[in-house]
Design a protein around this ligand. Structure first.
Ligand SMILES: *[C@@H]1O[C@H](CO)[C@@H](O)[C@H](O)[C@H]1NC(C)=O
Ligand SMILES: *[C@@H]1O[C@H](CO)[C@@H](O)[C@H](O)[C@H]1NC(C)=O
Length: 419
């Protein structure tokens, strides 16, 4: 554009010989402005993935060109260009450190991307915002994957538990239970006990301050890791809380029986019943279902939280919880979807798991750093399929107060029609 402007000055000199050049300039000007108008009609999701995008912004700043470009940098994530993370949402593919020229952008727009652009027009505002947020989220988690989100610590904090009715409602006639499936060395349960003790102190439930408000059930099938969990819990948890913590050397699945689990060193967090890794050790372990465990230990309790971290076996564990979900006995479920599983373990869409829980009256969310995406029902979009991202998926019972907290973290455009 700057060049065009300097051509105008050049034309205004009024030199006759240069008239033809001016005509061409004008024609190009009209063409470019037509193209701009076309693009401005076509709203595209802006994905500010990496800094190079600012180059594009600079190129376009000062013009009436709406920033409508989805710019993605061709930087491999596990060998895949980032562009393919969000399928179909890559109108412009811009290589790292590439000088972005308008002509190149235009050429792309004129190409086969037109179809994609118009398809994107059908998305609702919430969809667009969600996908944009997801793109940002995906960008932050490239490379080695698992980053510690503040949400991870949130779900182990006193604040989180203070939003759970199962914990705060002083219904003394019913107990409260928390299940930690794939407990590893017990570190999450240790944090949970501390959080519960803070909630107990704050809510002046003095009787239980010395112990725990809820009973904790930990499941860790790997022998060495189970032993580690027992030791860590003993070492780290206040004596008074110990009787409330029950640690089982069992795996969790959709049926009772036994399974082979592969694992590395004790405490190795990637132990799995899936064969995707080349494990040094394998062992036959007893497995159970959450429905069975709830029936056995917490039949009349409010189940506040079930945390499931079983390295790709989550869908089966959820299946084994179908009956407690149907009864809406569980207030909040947290499970993990790791970036590489879909491909490595050939897992079906996460939507299956989301549908399974939302059918029973749960709202389902992805938790990003500071924001939350609602992903169940009409909020789902195929582009929200986590393929290369580690995500924590939260399912919250429809009537839980926790939804109000999550609601405040939702994108404004997705907030309406929530309830
Ligand atoms: C988008 O909407 C148009 C007009 O309603 C419709 O013809 C088209 O099939 C839709 N495309 C998709 C992908 O849903
Ligand atoms: C929410 O639903 C569960 C299951 O139906 C029920 O037990 C509980 O009392 C409800 N809580 C509130 C606050 O309505």
């Amino acid at each position: 554009m700057r060049r065009l402007r300097s051509n105008e000055t050049f034309c205004s000199q009024g030199v006759i010989l240069r008239g033809l050049v001016c005509l061409i300039c004008a024609a190009v000007g009209v063409l470019v402005s037509q193209l701009y108008q076309y693009i401005s009609r076509t709203e595209v999701i802006l994905q500010r993935v990496f800094t190079t995008v600012t180059l594009l912004e600079e190129q376009l700043s000062g013009h009436d060109f709406p920033l409508a470009a989805a710019a993605i940098i061709e930087e491999p994530v596990n060998g895949q260009p980032l562009a393919s993370i969000i399928e179909g949402a890559t109108p412009f593919l811009i290589a790292k450190n590439d000088e972005i020229e308008l002509s190149k952008v235009n050429a792309e727009v004129e190409g086969d991307h037109l179809q994609r652009l118009s398809r994107q027009d059908n998305l609702t505002l919430c969809d667009r915002d969600q996908i944009e947020l997801f793109a940002k989220y995906a960008g932050k988690n490239r490379g080695s994957g698992a980053k510690d989100f503040s949400w991870n610590s949130f779900s182990q904090s006193a604040e989180f538990y203070s939003h759970l009715d199962s914990v705060t409602n002083a219904d003394e006639s019913r107990g409260c239970a928390i299940f930690d499936v794939g407990a590893n060395n017990g570190h999450i349960s240790i944090a949970v006990v501390e959080a519960l003790q803070r909630v107990a102190a704050e809510t002046e439930r003095i009787r239980k301050v010395t112990g725990s408000i809820c009973e904790l059930y930990l499941y860790e099938p790997v022998p060495g890791t189970h032993k580690l969990a027992v030791e860590e819990i003993k070492k780290s948890v206040a004596k008074a809380a110990l009787p409330h913590i029950h640690i089982f050397q069992k795996g969790m699945s959709d049926r009772m029986g036994s399974m082979t689990i592969g694992f590395g060193k004790p405490g190795d967090a990637s132990a799995s019943v899936n064969d995707a890794h080349n494990y040094v050790n394998k062992e036959q372990v007893e497995v159970t279902t959450l429905d069975n465990e709830i029936l056995t230990f917490a039949k009349n309790d409010r189940v506040a939280v079930i945390k499931i971290d079983v390295e790709g076996h989550e869908a089966r564990v959820l299946k084994g919880l179908a009956s407690a979900l149907q009864d809406q006995q569980v207030e909040c479920l947290i499970w993990e979807r790791h970036k590489a599983w879909r491909k490595q373990l050939k897992l079906p869409s996460l939507k299956n798991e989301i549908d399974l829980v939302s059918r029973s009256g749960y709202f389902v969310y992805y938790a990003s750093k500071d924001e939350v995406l609602r992903v169940d029902g009409d909020y789902w979009h195929e582009r929200l399929e986590p393929r290369y991202v580690k995500l924590d998926v939260f399912a919250v019972r429809g009537n839980s107060t926790l939804n109000q907290y999550f609601d405040r973290k939702l994108l404004p455009s997705c907030r309406q029609n929530l309830y």
